[in-house]
Write a protein that binds this ligand. Structure first.
Ligand code: FRU
Length: 496
């Protein structure tokens, strides 16, 4: 039975969504049908297609009572819009259906596990959340909430765990046939933990253990966990709130981190070995992954930052977009990510330039555009080897977005100061990169109408940023202080 609240959201998006012209949206990055989008939810393979749900407030371009919007795709690149899947319409989730995940049940139905939020006044008179975990089951289009909701609440928390910050279940089926879920929580030290739960039937859950904890080292509340094995390692992703800056590795505010280690389910549990940022750019949060039928681990994230959500074009009818889905691997203890290979199907004409000397500014024939998949390889040249190298994209007389490499510092800087945003927010981010063994630096740059994503040295480092530069600003140029040699391989991306 569809509630009035869900029907109202479906009617609203069906009426107003189609008013937004395609050219006012990214060409291949997922956006909400109308209104506001944040975290990816329920990213899953179901009945031969990839489903992507998202935190959704259709009625304005701001965060509000959370619904679940719904998209699906055969290839991660072209998304088909489906009607909203969940609305905040019960006593346990009336203040919001927060983030969660989805899997296929043995009987062929799809199970959604999400956080239901109810607001209450606490003993000090303040309104606070009560967060519980809830289920809904459906067929890829319509979902019915479980009459026994919530299935996990304050009773299931370990000692000291917070019932106010208990959210974002990521569920999967283990090799033993049982179901497991990781859930973000806040411990009595006021910082984040990841809780592991187990169930035989998805309805009755038991607490297993605390998988890992911030202990006030990596921010406060840990949101949106994911936990999976990859290339012989165990990976825990989470998005901490209130991080503080650490060198060029972690920036302040909301950040996504990747903890890599080993997993001994019967023994010590998760044994953390390395911690790194997931994306070193300006806009990336709450990543979630799925496993494709051919065994690839694919990650998608909200390409936005909570700290800059006020910076949006006036009267925009959609706000928030997803990153390009990325194929993950772990090499030498580091997380690597590259755009899904399906993107390559949309490559049009190739323009190649090899061994181009760059000293001062260079423009090259055929190298321009705003829907672009371009790889630039830079190497030192001669006695006056370059001290800095800049790639300008989305450029006209007044605008550009700059990717700058400083070999002496080993840093790359992403700078969207001149990308059309009329707000005094953080516009630059610098991070560490290292040249390949042969001294080259290789940058794959993916441009869509409203974003730049950079993948360094086959995915060792990734950095993403939203831009709002006018679409006519489509020049690309290269510039060096000193001399460099460069190869450029540029495809335009075509989405007819
Ligand atoms: C992360 C988050 C989640 C929560 C959702 C609410 O961005 O705060 O923890 O479930 O957004 O929209």
């Amino acid at each position: 039975m569809k509630s009035e609240t869900l029907q109202k959201a479906r009617d609203f998006e069906a009426q107003y969504g189609p008013h937004i012209p395609d050219e006012e949206r990214p060409a291949f990055h997922a956006t909400p049908t109308i209104g506001w989008m944040n975290d990816p939810n329920g990213f899953s393979f179901y009945k031969g297609e990839y489903h992507l749900f998202y935190q959704y407030h259709p009625y304005s371009n701001e965060w509000g009572p959370m619904h679940w919007g719904h998209l699906k795709s055969k290839d991660f690149i072209r998304w088909e819009r489906l009607p909203a899947a969940l609305a905040p319409d019960t006593d346990y989730d009336g203040s919001g259906c927060f983030s969660g995940s989805a899997i296929e049940l043995p009987d062929g139905r799809q199970l959604i596990m999400y956080t239901g939020v109810r607001r209450e006044r606490n003993s000090e008179g303040f309104i606070h959340d009560v967060q519980t975990q809830c289920l809904a089951v459906g067929d890829g289009l319509d979902y019915e909430k479980y009459e026994g909701n919530p299935v996990l609440d304050a009773k299931n928390l370990p000692k000291g765990g917070s019932a106010v910050d208990f959210r974002d279940p990521k569920v999967w089926r283990g090799d033993d046939g049982a179901y497991y879920a990781v859930i973000g929580n806040r411990a009595s030290d006021n910082s984040g933990t990841i809780l592991l739960y187990r169930s035989e039937d998805t309805l009755n859950w038991e607490f297993v253990r605390i998988l890992d904890a911030s202990r006030n080292q990596y921010g406060k509340m840990w949101e949106c966990p994911d936990f999976f094995s990859l290339d012989g390692n165990q990976v825990l992703l989470t998005s901490p709130q209130e991080m503080v800056t650490v060198g060029l590795e972690f920036h302040a505010g909301h950040e996504s981190i990747c903890l890599i280690g080993d997993y001994e389910p019967q023994g010590k549990g998760f044994i953390r070995k390395q911690v790194q940022a997931v994306d070193y750019g300006l806009d990336f949060y709450a990543p979630q992954t799925l496993l494709t039928p051919d065994g690839r681990r694919i990650m998608i994230a909200w390409m936005q930052n909570w700290n800059t959500i006020g910076a949006k074009p006036d009267y925009c009818r959609w706000f928030g977009q997803m990153s390009v889905p990325r194929e993950l691997s772990v090499r030498d203890g580091r997380l690597f990510q590259m755009p899904v290979r399906e993107l390559e199907k949309y490559r049009g004409q190739l323009v190649t330039h090899r061994n181009i000397p760059v000293s001062g500014e260079v423009n090259l024939p055929g190298i321009c555009g705003r829907l672009v998949d371009m790889t630039v390889t830079i190497r030192p040249e001669g006695h006056d080897s370059y001290r800095w190298f800049r790639i300008h994209v989305a450029k006209d007389g007044e605008h550009d977005t700059i990717i700058r490499y400083r070999p002496d510092q080993g840093t790359l800087k992403l700078d969207r100061t001149r990308s059309g945003l009329p707000y005094d927010i953080v516009h630059t981010r610098s991070f560490l990169v290292r040249p390949l063994a042969n001294g080259e630096l290789k940058l794959r740059i993916i441009l869509d109408r409203f974003s730049v994503e950079v993948f360094v040295n086959d995915g060792e480092v990734a950095a993403s940023a939203v831009i709002y530069t006018r679409k006519e600003a489509d020049a690309i140029s290269f510039e060096a202080g000193g001399s460099a040699l460069m190869d450029v391989e540029k495809y335009e991306l075509l989405f007819e």
